[in-house]
Structures are given as C-alpha cells and as structure tokens.
Design a protein around this ligand. Structure first.
Ligand code: CP
Length: 311
C-alpha cells in the first residue's frame, strides 16, 4: 500500500475528495476484502470505539453492511431509527446527535432523507460522520463500492466508458458515481428521459443522452438506476410500461451491449422495469458482487475516518 496519509474526519461526498484519496480508500478496501475471506473474519482495528448507526430512511444493503463492517472491525455498535427516537417528540436532529455524542461516541453513520443532513451534523460534532445517503445529494460508499467492483473486473477506471441509466435527477447514487468516475478518469454518459436526465448535467463534464441504445453500444459498464417513485413529486414519464420500453435494459435492448460490458445496479431493483430479471441474474451482472464489496469498502471507510476524529 502507498505511503499516503488519510486526514479526513468524515466521509460526506466524493465531490470533496481528490483522486488520490478515492484510490487510497479502494486500496484499503482491497486489504479488508482479504479479511472476509479468512476463517476468522474479524480484526481488532476499532476495538474500544463506539459507532452509532442513524437510519432515518429505509435501507437493507447499506445498513446491514455497515453493521457487519463495524462488527468485523470489533467496534461497539448502537442502532437508532427515527421512529423509535425522541425525534418523534420534537427533538431537533442537532440536539439528538449532541446527546448521543455526550455518551462518548466515536463515529456516526447516518442515512437521512434531507440533502446536506450529514454535512450539517459533521460540521457540529467532534465524532466522525459517514454519510450513508442523504436525500438525492450523495451516497459516497455506494459509489466507492461501484468503483471497487469496476476496478476488480476491468483492472482500471481511467478511460472506461460508463453509462448511468435512469432517474438521474433523484439519484444520490448517480451524483456520487459521476464524481468518483470523473475524478478517476472515466468517460460518463447519463441516460434517461429528458425529465430525469436533464442536459444541465453536461456542465460538470459528462455527456447526457436520451437514447438508451445509442448510449450503451460502446459502454464498458452500464449502471442501471432504480426509478425512485418516493422522490418524484409528479409523473416524469407517461407510464412505467413506456419507461421500461424506452429506458429498460432487457433482452431486446441488451443486444446493443458489448459482450464484456458489466451490468450494475445499486439495488433495490424494480425487476422488469429498469432491468429485466434475466439480465439482473445473468452472467454479465455484478449486482451481488457490488453488495459483497460494500462490506470491504465500508470497513475501509470506517477504519480511515476513525483514525482522524477528535474524540
Ligand atoms: N443501494 C442502497 O443504498 O440500498 P439500500 O437502500 O437497501 O441500503
């Protein structure tokens, strides 16, 4: 591993990070992935540290893998959900986290529906804050596990053509992926109906395309996003059937894919809407590998930020 020194207390967004820092997390994750292959899958790296997982939005993959990552690093863990906390009695988010911090907590892992919630907390507490998804803003560990999975398969990120398809507008996964991919030198195309993939995104250095077949024909990686009905205030396309016909990846549209293209999806999948079951479970799909790699990536992130907090 390189002599690079990690200096950040928090992980809030890939927009904040230099390419060298992203690569360092991926290299650290590769070391932690080896731990999960051992008979004893545990290391004492966070022994004596306490982690609180705040999940104020539903989650399966992120919540379970953060909790497993903390256990594998030997941390003490407490889980808090909004519905069972004093937030329901009107306590503010800041009061809630300050009270938790008064219990000598070292790390907060936080998923929240409001964009910027993790930044707001991180600027006001000494504990390290790891953003596990904040509204449509950022989901840095998802992008890191996506980069890790691409790098494992393709051996590099630089120069790859990556198409991110679907509900770009409401997607924290797309926003995080595009920063990570651009910083590491990939060419990114965002694909979707003009209502969900507006041309304004071209200002940050990506291509925007409204034709799936055109966008995926030379892609090395196709990352299919979930249609996020919970974040859409009104209809952005006429019907689910029409969305699936024009922007879904299925046996018809996949004819345009390169033979060695990777098919990715952050989950949860709307099967046979953005992605057919046949392709989600097919040989080009790396969707479950993404989940596996999420554990190693989250171990790396927790390990690195824990070394820099002020508690
Ligand atoms: N990809 C992702 O964030 O999944 P969950 O919402 O299940 O955590």
């Amino acid at each position: 591993m390189s002599a690079f020194q990690w200096t950040r207390k928090d992980l809030l967004s890939l927009y904040d990070l230099e390419a060298e820092e992203i690569s360092f997390i991926l290299d650290t994750a590769a070391e932690f992935k080896k731990v999960s292959a051992r008979q004893v899958k545990k290391v004492p790296a966070l022994r004596g540290k306490t982690v609180v997982n705040f999940f104020f939005e539903p989650s399966t993959r992120t919540r379970v893998s953060f909790e497993l990552a903390e256990q594998r690093l030997s941390a003490d863990i407490v889980n808090v959900t909004a519905s069972t906390s004093s937030l329901t009695k009107g306590e503010t988010l800041l009061d809630t986290v300050r009270n938790i911090e008064a219990l000598n907590v070292d790390l907060l892992v936080m998923r929240h529906p409001v964009p910027g919630a993790a930044n707001f907390v991180a600027e006001r507490v000494g504990a390290s804050v790891v953003n596990a998804g904040d509204g449509a803003h950022s989901h840095p560990t998802q992008a890191l596990l996506d980069l890790f999975t691409i790098r494992e398969h393709k051996g590099r990120i630089k120069g790859l053509k990556v198409a991110i398809v679907g509900d770009i507008m409401h997607s924290r996964v797309a926003r995080s992926n595009l920063w990570g991919l651009l910083k590491l030198g990939a060419e990114v195309t965002l694909v979707g109906p003009s209502t969900l993939a507006p041309k304004e995104f071209e200002d940050v250095g990506v291509k925007v395309c409204h034709n799936l077949e055109e966008a995926i024909c030379d892609a090395d990686v196709v990352n299919m996003l979930r249609i996020q009905r919970e974040r859409q205030e009104s209809g952005f396309f006429p019907s689910t059937g029409e969305y699936a016909r024009f922007f879904g990846l299925n046996s018809h549209t996949a004819r345009f894919l390169k033979k060695d293209a990777l098919i990715m999806h952050p989950g949860p999948i709307n099967r046979d809407v953005e992605l057919s079951s046949e392709l989600a479970d097919g040989e080009r799909s790396v969707i479950l590998e993404q989940v596996t790699n999420g554990l190693a990536v989250r171990m790396a992130v927790l390990f690195l930020v824990a070394g820099c907090n002020k508690n």
